[in-house]
Write a protein that binds this ligand. Sequence first.
Ligand SMILES: Nc1ncnc2c1ncn2[C@@H]1O[C@H](COP(=O)(O)OP(=O)(O)OP(=O)(O)O)[C@@H](O)[C@H]1O
Ligand SMILES: [Mn+2]
Length: 550
Amino acid sequence: MLHMRCRSRTICLSLAFITISLHLLLALVSLPIYHQSCDPPLPPRTHILRDLAHTNYTSVGISGLAEPPTDTTQRDSSNKDANKDAKGHVQTLSGVGISVKESKYASVDMPVNVGRYGTNRAESVESGLTKLEALFDHPLYNMPAPPIPEEDWLLKVQPKAKASEKSSQMWVSASQADYVDGQWNSSSNSHPPWLRFHLGISRWQLYPHRDPNMDALTQQLATHRIVSAVQKSGGTQLKLVMSFPNYGQAMFKPMKQERDEETNSDLYYFSDFERHNAEIAAFHLDRVLGYRRIPPVVGRLVDVVKEIKDVTTDRKLARTFFTSPVGNVCFYGQCSYYCSTEHAVCGRPRDLEASLAVMLPDLSLAVRRSWRSPWRRSYSRSKLAKWESEPDYCSTVTKTPPFNKGTRLVDFIDLVILDFLMSNMDRHHYETFEKFGNNTFLVHLDNGRAFGRHSKDEPSILAPLEQCCRIRRTTWLRLRLLSLPQYRLSDVMRASLSHDPLHSVAPLLSEPHLAALDRRLKTVLETVSRCQKRQSEDGGDDGVLYDDIA
Ligand SMILES: Nc1ncnc2c1ncn2[C@@H]1O[C@H](COP(=O)(O)OP(=O)(O)OP(=O)(O)O)[C@@H](O)[C@H]1O
Ligand SMILES: [Mn+2]
């Protein structure tokens, strides 16, 4: 008995010894791994402000920028904390359950591509996410703003209709049965995400920075059931309007070519295909630049049979479906460009990549005005536009309304910079909300022809900046921030795009496109420096920066 007890004690002691040794060994092995995966700490904010204040500009307003971030743009304060995490940060797109595991994208393994500098892409995304958080925390993205007056909101919630005034409709049509009757009242908590988005549009932006509604809105676009799909008229290429059970709607543009295919350089920009990934990347870029003038767009794998053919009431569209020789389901719809059997879009065998952009409020509620761009291309293979031949073209433009007053010119330059960065030559028009007159932001719709070429830049897109030498100070400061290694544009874009559901299929922008963003950003900043140099040589004041900070 005594012998047995002694033996079991020895065994217990040996086991305890082995366990402790294994733990020690594990700790020793994992220590260097933790060290490797840590990013170098970001320099304190004062360094960045000093970097920005460095060289050729006076640091007006910088002290004001260091104030704590406030968000006075939210209409309903009860909403404010809705999606905040424990640190008080608003969750990013991925935090809302566009979880790869739960969705149909789960079947596609997350690609781990080898990126620049030999690091793998997953690691670059990780460190980019830290940079993106730091960027969005920066005072330049959190500038204190006065509360928004009532007339500066695009829409108003109508007081609740009395029950007696409500329609006494006793029946619903078959297609209406797919819609869910919402219990909406004037409290924003009961509103579906698309309605919150509409109600959040103001005179100067489509949505606020760190919008608490963004996660819910993008999740709706990415996952909600599609109950209807009809062709959208207007424009030249095929696109559909899709509807969700909660009456939300989205503009659908299908994938027409592989993401890393470069546009054929013999093709004129106006014959180029639209790209679904360009629509998605443009939304992210616009947000990273701090503009917030593109309606949110997400990528989605759409089942062309279940989510288009079976639910469409559009007979003209339904008639164009066919099965390809290899068994993929294809369709081409009706439009003025590329709507033929030769240019059909095809599922694999039924899944088709597409972009879904949230629809702006219906024109019956909020009229938009479409403006012809003064720097519009000639859309001819032989004719030059005026801005290409007249040396003093800018001064003619700035003497003409609406460019002669307010912020129209600098808002247009903002758009030009976005277009140059993503190499979009197809900006013939831009839109504004009529309610706000000329004193408002420009809605940056239709970005499908961007990101066509990464190996070449298109300097003519920058002509308005080159010719007018004018830029918002806040835009310039943010561009300089994005040129610093701590916030590098390509890194924050890679990270931002990693939140999109289609990232799990393949990165939305290939590495050469991301590298092109950094290269083009440098060109923009050099153009501004040249302007400043020229003006100081002419003995003028600093007329290049439009001071929107003071
Ligand atoms: N998110 C949106 N919400 C509401 N309307 C939109 C939205 N996006 C685009 N539109 C409208 O739809 C029309 C066509 O869209 P878009 O310009 O993207 O198509 P397109 O085929 O690329 O046009 P084009 O051939 O003229 O370049 C535009 O006139 C625009 O006003
Ligand atoms: Mn277009």
